[in-house]
Design a protein around this ligand. Structure first.
Ligand code: AP5
Length: 214
């Protein structure tokens, strides 16, 4: 099964994708995590992506399409979080999958208000070592600002400052929201109310995936 997660920054796509991948044995592809790792390591991709990410803008389509072609696995369930983000990226994904004789089975839209996004992102903390994600109020670590899994000090993402979040929301509305119609017209769009607690959203998501699998 191939799932695409859509929705504004901070809607909970990464949180839900990680849970689903662990539960179902799916491969989780997060283009944001891959890019942040590339920036940290100073790879050629990271050097090209850094300034776009800091400004809250999208990295150019040609770089992103090359990246997804490189990392997409053969023969496994996959949940893609953060790609596609533009109509040309969605078309490139469809072409790539059709060459392999497969297609996107479901596009899941995480629906949430701008106000909730700001609250979530200003309280988010991430582990720079293992990638675990927390929220200081809604999903706090057991020890203050320290990762439960590996004990590393948690960090706040540079692009989670409020002015950058507002820019990311604008970019989402202008460049990514058109994908809602793109997938709706294919009859594979599912909308989740992402403003509910993590477990509630997850139970809905799991039910949808299980229904599709039967
Ligand atoms: P990316 O990392 O993909 O950022 P994003 O889409 O903006 O999404 P986020 O990671 O901010 O949010 P999320 O929805 O995953 O929420 P999370 O689960 O963490 O991309 C970053 C940048 O990379 C982009 O701006 C762009 O520059 C570049 N990029 C990436 N892909 C690209 C592409 N395809 N093309 C071009 N450029 C690309 O949750 C947020 C917080 O809320 C956490 O603290 C969490 O604990 C908490 N939370 C989650 N769910 C709930 C809940 N139900 N209730 C309460 N709190 C919750």
């Amino acid at each position: 099964m191939i799932l695409v997660f859509l929705g504004p920054p901070g809607a909970g796509k990464g949180t839900q994708a990680k849970k689903l991948a662990e539960d179902k044995g799916f491969v989780h592809i997060s283009t944001g995590d891959i890019l942040r790792d590339a920036v940290r390591k100073g790879t050629p991709l990271g050097k090209k992506a850094k300034e776009y990410m800091e400004r809250g803008e999208l990295v150019p389509d040609d770089l992103m399409v090359a990246l997804i072609e490189e990392v997409f696995p053969e023969g496994r369930g996959v949940v893609i979080d953060g790609f596609p983000r533009t109509v040309p990226q969605a078309e490139a994904l469809d072409r790539m999958l059709s060459k392999r004789g497969i297609r996107v089975d479901r596009a899941v839209l995480f629906d949430i208000s701008d106000e909730e996004v700001i609250t979530r992102l200003t309280g988010r903390r991430s582990c720079p070592n293992c990638g675990a994600v927390y929220h200081m109020k809604f999903n706090p670590p057991r020890r203050d600002e320290v990762c439960n899994r590996c004990g590393t000090k948690l960090l706040q993402r540079e692009d989670d400052r409020e002015e950058v979040v507002r820019r990311r929301l604008k970019v989402y509305r202008e460049q990514t929201a058109p994908l809602v119609d793109y997938y709706r017209s294919k009859g594979i769009l599912i909308t989740l109310d992402a403003s509910r607690p993590i477990e509630e959203v997850y139970q809905d998501l799991k039910r949808l995936v299980d229904e599709k699998g039967n």
